[in-house]
Design a protein around this ligand. Structure first.
Ligand SMILES: [Zn+2]
Length: 414
C-alpha cells in the first residue's frame, strides 16, 4: 500500500493524555485515537496489527481442535441472574432496559451465554468433547480506564470454552490450550511469565495467568532470578521453592487467563448431558481468555527503543517498507514502484512511503511505526544498481544487488 492512501497521522510531540510508553507510541505512530476514556478507534495501521494477532490466534485455536463462533454482545440479564454473577460483577456490567422494559446487559464475558447455548443444543455424549471460541468485543464499566488499550471499557477478547464428560477430558483440553497459549504469545514476540492464579469471579479450581513484564503493569509477580519460575505475589513467602532464593517482584500486565471451571456454570444453569447409560450429568467446563486488543500495547511495551516501535515480524502492520528519498525523481520512483510490485507479487505486505517529504522525516517516521525492514532508494543506489536495506531492530544497513533483493528479503523474513 501507499503511505498517502493508508492514513497514518504520526505526531512529533508526545500527547498529554498518554500514560505509558506503549500508549505514547500507539498515539504518536498513528495506530489508535481515543474517542473517550476507555474507548479507542483502531486506525488502519492499528487494525492491521489487530488482524495479524487475530490471525495467529485463529491458527493456533483451530490447530488444537477448537471451532470459531460468534455470540451476541447484547445479553438478557436473566441468564446472569441464574449464576448470580450479575451481583458478583456489580457495576462493572453495563445494564439497562430496552423499550419493552426487559433488563439487558452488554456482555463483559460469555460463560452464561455459551452454557445456555450448549444446554439447549446438546443431545448426546457423542457430541463431546467440544471446544468453541470467539473473538469479540466485550464491555466493562471500569472505574478508571487507563493506559490506552490496556484497560478499556470496550475491548476485544478471544474467549474459548471447553465442554467435557469428565475431569480427564477437561485436563486434556486445558493442557492443549496451555500449550497453544505459549505458542500464540511467542509468535506475537512476547516473553510471558506463567503463574498459577486465583480464579476470582470466574470460579473453578485451577487457573493459570499469562503475564507480560511491563513497568505500568498493575499485577505484581514474584520471579526467581535464577530459574525464572514465577508466582503471583499474594500473601505467599517470596522464596523460590526450587532454588531457595529470594524472588524479585516485577510489575506485569495480564494477557491471558485459563480456568478449569468444572461444573460451576453447568450446575447453576442445569446444563446436563445424557451419558452412555442415559443418566444426566453436568457438563465439565473450562474457559480460556486472551486480551486481544490489550496485546497490541503489551507487545509495544516489550518491543521498542528511543525512536519508536519495533514490531515482531508476525504482528507488524507491514513486513517491509520502501523509502524512495526523492519522489520528484522519475527514475527513482520507477525503481521504487517496480520493486513494490515485485515484493507484493512474492507475497509480502509492503508499504511504500510516497510522501513528498525530506529523507530525515521519512527515516524518523519509519523508525516510529516500526516495520522490521526498509529498503532505501536513493539516486546513488539506483546508479550503482544496489539497494540499501535497513533493519529496524538494530538500525544496521547493508547494500544488496538490486537483482537479488527479493530473495534476500524473503530469506530474512522466514
Ligand atoms: Zn528458582
Amino acid at each position: 500500500m501507499f503511505w498517502t492512501k493508508v492514513f497514518i497521522p504520526t505526531l512529533k510531540e508526545t500527547p498529554k493524555e498518554a500514560e505509558s510508553l506503549g500508549h505514547q507510541l500507539l498515539l504518536r505512530a498513528g495506530f489508535v485515537r481515543m474517542l473517550m476514556a476507555g474507548a479507542y478507534t483502531y486506525l488502519p495501521m492499528g487494525l492491521r496489527v489487530l488482524e495479524k494477532i487475530q490471525g495467529i490466534i485463529r491458527q493456533e485455536m483451530n490447530a488444537c481442535g477448537a471451532s470459531e463462533l460468534l455470540l451476541p454482545a447484547l445479553h438478557p440479564l436473566e441468564l446472569w441472574q441464574k449464576t448470580g454473577r450479575d451481583k458478583d460483577l456489580g457495576e462493572v456490567m453495563f445494564k439497562f432496559k430496552d423499550r419493552r422494559g426487559r433488563d439487558l446487559s452488554l456482555g463483559p464475558t460469555h460463560e452464561e451465554i455459551i452454557t445456555d447455548l450448549i444446554k439447549n443444543n446438546l443431545s448426546s455424549y457423542r457430541q463431546l468433547p467440544l471446544v468453541l471460541y470467539q473473538i469479540q468485543t466485550k464491555f466493562r464499566d471500569e472505574i478508571r480506564p487507563r493506559f490506552g488499550l490496556i484497560r478499556c471499557c470496550e475491548f476485544i477478547m478471544k474467549d474459548a470454552y471447553s465442554f467435557d464428560q469428565d475431569e480427564t477430558g477437561l485436563d486434556k483440553n486445558y493442557q492443549l490450550m496451555y500449550e497453544a497459549y505459549k505458542r500464540i504469545f511467542s509468535r506475537c514476540g512476547l516473553k510471558v511469565l506463567i503463574t498459577e492464579a486465583d480464579s476470582g469471579v470466574m470460579g473453578g479450581k485451577v487457573s493459570h495467568e499469562f503475564m507480560v513484564e511491563a513497568p505500568l503493569g498493575e499485577d505484581v509477580v514474584c520471579l526467581c532470578p535464577k530459574c525464572k519460575s514465577a508466582k503471583a505475589a499474594k500473601g505467599g513467602s517470596s522464596l523460590c521453592f526450587t532454588c531457595n532464593l529470594n524472588m524479585d517482584q516485577v510489575n506485569t500486565i495480564e494477557v491471558g487467563h485459563i480456568f478449569k471451571l468444572g461444573t460451576k456454570y453447568s450446575q447453576a444453569m442445569q446444563a446436563n448431558f445424557p451419558d452412555s447409560s442415559g443418566q444426566l450429568k453436568p457438563l465439565i467446563m473450562g474457559c480460556y481468555g486472551i486480551g486481544v486488543s490489550r496485546l497490541i500495547s503489551a507487545i509495544i511495551e516489550q518491543n521498542n527503543d528511543a525512536d519508536g516501535i519495533i514490531w515482531p515480524q508476525e504482528v507488524s502492520p507491514f513486513e517491509i517498507m520502501i523509502l524512495p528519498l526523492d519522489v520528484t525523481n522519475q527514475a527513482l520512483m520507477q525503481a521504487a514502484n517496480s520493486l513494490y510490485q515485485e515484493l507484493k507479487a512474492s507475497g509480502l505486505d509492503v508499504l511504500l512511503d510516497d510522501r513528498d517529504e525530506r529523507a530525515g522525516v521519512k527515516f524518523k517516521d519509519a523508525d516510529l511505526i516500526g516495520v522490521p525492514l526498509s529498503i532505501v532508494i536513493g539516486k546513488k543506489s539506483i546508479e550503482e544498481n544496489n539497494i540499501e536495506l535497513r533493519v529496524r531492530k538494530n538500525k544496521s544497513t547493508q547494500l544488496v544487488p538490486k537483482a537479488e533483493i527479493v530473495q534476500f528479503v524473503k530469506k530474512l523474513l522466514v
